[in-house]
Design a protein around this ligand. Structure first.
Ligand code: ARG
Length: 437
């Protein structure tokens, strides 16, 4: 029974994202390592699910380990410079073989439709082709990259045409030149260029490891492009799979892609968790912060009411009508996380030198992570701007939280007159006060 409820709740909670993602273009890239892994069929099944939810899907695959395997068989060494392969004639032959093989394997998996398998009834059409025009990288700092190239142009019209027909587009890290030459490209660069050319909604980079803060070991949930740049400069020793993906993410965001997701492909189901839950499981890079503390607007009233309703029912907050919040909206500040109001508070100034902090609330799923402190810091800052000298709180159940933050017990007589009218004797709240410098 509990499991059934969980399923229903989970499915309902994912519905805003099902709506949001429909008809949007997602570019997903993954390394050749993912293709070699035993659970690659799970990824393909998840791609199929995205396709059936109406997402326009472009897959860009890598082939590094497959090329290395071939070179090793031929007793040739793989040569790299600045994370890019130097593709001599022999390596180019391996590149062509590896790209062909990997493409065929992915197409085969996408064609499966056995009854009783997750792919039953999926009927996926795959299109691949000469969508990428490339040019030679040439000689850089004296190093001749031979057949390694860089993207010159993406035929976005042709890709969109395929997507319009509900085809999944599969792109290999290979480009052709107008003179018929073949170039070996980096899969991350192709994915970046494709997402920018298509003006995709998302670029999703499946990485070999998750993006963690090297100091704390904790996985990073989200970063703005600016934060990602500082992170890269500060931590130069992070694994290549993460740093190359972060660079691709920054480049795409700067070119206008709204969201880039780095997802550790070794975690089963991570793609679905990232796309269909609010918190995700990967690292989201975006130009705008994913979670934002800002002054409230009239559009936030519904969200504020939703957030404080349970607290009013528990008697932790005084009841407030929609009209009252509407009239005082300029006093409110909210924390918004991807469209959901997860925190709020208000500072009501008395028109002289005092103010009351009211309606401080943080969504139960997001408590214990300093969001209350962020709201309070904002209030202090606003109080400073208004040149207030004293802040009051009327509290029935949460006085401890304020006392730990330097508020002292006070009484009704200390309340300035304009604020006395806010005091409801029936609630018998404690009055706390803090002097501010
Ligand atoms: N599911 C949402 C999306 O696809 C949000 C994901 C948030 N992820 C994160 N790592 N913070 O855009």
């Amino acid at each position: 029974m509990i499991l059934q409820n969980e399923f229903v709740n989970w499915f309902r909670a994912s519905s805003p994202y099902i709506h949001a993602h429909r008809n949007k273009t997602f570019v997903i890239s993954f390394g050749g390592e993912a293709v070699l892994a035993e659970d690659f069929d799970h990824h393909v099944q998840d791609f199929a699910l995205l396709n059936s939810l109406g997402i326009r899907l472009v897959l860009v695959h890598g082939i590094r380990p497959q090329i290395d395997q071939r070179l090793a068989k031929l007793n040739a060494t793989a040569r790299f410079q600045e994370h890019l392969r130097i593709t001599d004639d022999l390596a180019l032959q391996c590149v062509k073989e590896a790209a062909g093989l990997v493409r065929v394997e992915i197409e085969a998996l996408l064609s499966m439709g056995l009854a009783n398998s997750p792919m039953a009834g999926a009927k996926i059409k795959v299109a691949s082709g000469n969508f990428v025009t490339a040019k030679p990288l040439g000689v850089i700092d004296g190093v001749d990259y031979c057949h390694t190239g860089e993207v010159r142009r993406i035929d976005s019209a042709a890709i969109h045409q395929q997507l319009d027909q509900d085809n999944v587009v599969l792109i290999s890290p290979i480009g052709y030149s107008p003179s018929g030459e073949v170039f070996n490209l980096s899969a991350e660069q192709v994915a970046t260029a494709v997402s920018i050319a298509l003006k995709a909604e998302k670029l999703i980079l499946l990485t070999e490891q998750s993006c963690r803060n090297p100091d704390s070991g904790e996985q990073i949930q989200q970063m703005t492009t600016a934060e990602a740049e500082t992170f890269l400069q500060h931590y130069q020793e992070i694994p290549d799979t993460v740093s190359l993906s972060l660079k691709a993410a920054i480049q795409s965001c700067q070119a206008g892609i709204a969201r880039v997701h780095l997802i550790d492909r070794t975690q089963d189901g991570a793609l679905l968790l990232e796309l269909f839950t609010r918190n995700g499981i990967g690292t989201l890079i975006s130009s705008m912060p994913y979670e934002d503390l800002r002054p409230a607007t009239l559009n936030d009233i519904g969200g504020i009411l939703e957030l404080i309703k349970p607290l009013e029912q528990q008697g932790k907050l005084t009841k407030r009508s929609r009209e009252k919040i509407e009239m005082e909206i300029a006093d409110y500040v909210v924390i918004e996380r991807d469209g959901l109001i997860i925190g709020c508070t208000a500072l009501h100034p008395d028109g002289q030198q005092s103010g009351v902090i009211a309606c401080l609330a943080v969504h139960p799923d997001y408590q214990g992570s300093a969001r209350g402190n962020r709201l309070l810091d904002y209030v202090y800052c606003k109080a400073g701007q208004l040149a207030l000298k004293q802040l009051f709180v009327l509290s029935t159940q949460t006085m401890h939280w304020f006392i730990e933050r330097g508020f002292l017990s006070s009484d009704i007589n200390s309340l300035p007159d304009p604020l006395k009218k806010l005091y409801n004797p029936l609630r018998n709240s404690r009055i706390l006060c803090k002097e501010i410098e």
